[in-house]
Design a protein around this ligand. Structure first.
Ligand code: SAM
Length: 363
């Protein structure tokens, strides 16, 4: 708890500094939103899911992947944040330039994209990809096989609090869309039961029909879920609490408390101070709006705008579903003592969202 308080304190100080910098004499900010952290500051860094799957590849499989990538001279789109300009790269050059965990992930992703039989046999990864009319965070070749970055982040977060995903556990991907994270985790941990739910009917129907390694079902915009009390060892929501109004965020935190076992964990990613720098860097939000967001995080801890309009988010219509930003202090003030905050990694999700690991106390 001491360490978490320290991290929350750092986040709070950053907000205060940003505030002082933003409104030195209540005038609007001049447009510089700087980062306070670098990738080496992240505490959740083990990447266990990719390593577990990659370890199943023998030399013959690695050679087969390398030759398939070498033979492919495709120019393909890189995944970019919604609203950002498209970026095309040579698939082969992109793979050759990658090192370490990035290269391991590309082996899996591009091996699945190019349907390398040795990779598919060794890993159980599926080549099925949602068509463009079905919601997915990315439809590029780099989304093939599953979301390994996010699966690493979730599995790594659970390791970092001393409860790695284990045989017989039930783990829920809450707001799973068409299943990119659930499918990668199911491939890494076939001995655990991975489930996913989402209010986007076509996305979960596609996942249920195409991804037999996990179990998918439709959920509603508001609680409750259909699961019994204390059903899950862990639940995670990637880019879910970054979208709720304050009212619905609290309702869903309570529902998670109901379905998670005592001692189990909820991993939640939220927009926080680093996201302000992220959106400024990407040029995806105006300076005025980012100033307003920082100010709201400083003053009340929460900023929300119902940004999807009448058409909803890929057809999911809900005025309590838009974009939100939340401070670490808001999390501590609103979630304790019902939850213990076991881990906090500012900007850990794509150098944008904060990652919180919340534990349901044993008694
Ligand atoms: C930004 S996407 C993230 C999808 C997935 N977690 C991933 O990382 O690939 C947000 C998802 O939340 C879903 N969603 C919308 N309203 C929701 C709600 N009330 N509760 C849970 N999920 C919701 C959307 O349909 C969408 O699939």
């Amino acid at each position: 708890m001491g360490e978490l308080r320290r991290k929350a304190g750092v986040a709070k100080r950053r907000l205060l500094n940003a505030k002082a910098e933003l409104f030195p004499s209540d005038e609007s900010y001049d447009g510089k939103f700087t980062r306070e952290i670098g990738p080496s500051d992240y505490t959740i860094d083990k990447n266990p899911a990719t390593k577990l799957i990659h370890a199943r590849l023998d030399d013959a499989a690695l050679t087969a992947i390398e030759s398939a990538i070498g033979a492919a001279d495709d120019e393909v789109d890189l995944p970019v944040p919604p609203g950002a300009a498209p970026k095309r790269v040579s698939l082969n050059e992109h793979w050759s330039a990658a090192t370490g965990i990035e290269r391991m992930r590309l082996d899996l992703v591009l091996g699945a994209y190019l349907e390398v039989p040795e990779l598919l046999d060794a890993t159980g990864l599926s080549t099925a990809q949602p068509p463009s009319e079905i919601h997915a965070m990315s439809h590029t070749p780099f989304a093939a096989g599953g979301g390994f970055y996010q699966a690493d982040m979730i599995a790594g977060a659970l390791e970092s609090v001393g409860t790695p995903i284990a045989e017989g556990q039930r783990v829920l991907d809450f707001g799973c869309s068409s299943g990119r994270v659930a499918r990668a985790l199911a491939a890494a941990y076939p001995e655990a039961k991975i489930l996913g739910c989402d209010p986007n009917g076509p996305a979960v129907e596609w996942a249920a029909a195409n991804l037999p390694m996990a179990e998918f079902s439709k959920s509603e915009n508001d609680p409750p879920l259909s699961y019994p009390d204390s059903h899950f060892d862990a639940v995670f929501g990637v880019s879910i609490w970054s979208h709720y109004s304050e009212r619905l965020a609290l309702k869903w935190y309570d529902e998670m408390h109901r379905v998670i076992k005592p001692g189990g964990h909820l991993i939640s990613t939220t927009h926080g101070p680093e996201s302000v720098a992220f959106y400024a860097e990407q040029g995806l939000r105006t300076t005025n709006q980012l100033s307003e967001i920082l100010d709201a995080m400083y003053r009340s801890g929460y900023w929300y705008a119902a940004e999807f309009g009448e058409a909803g988010d890929w057809g999911v219509v809900n005025s309590d579903w838009g974009t939100s930003f939340v401070s670490a202090e808001w999390m501590l003030d609103n979630l304790r003592p019902k939850w213990q905050v076991a881990e906090y990694a500012s900007g850990r999700n794509e150098r944008n969202q904060d990652v919180y690991v919340l534990r349901k106390p044993v008694s």
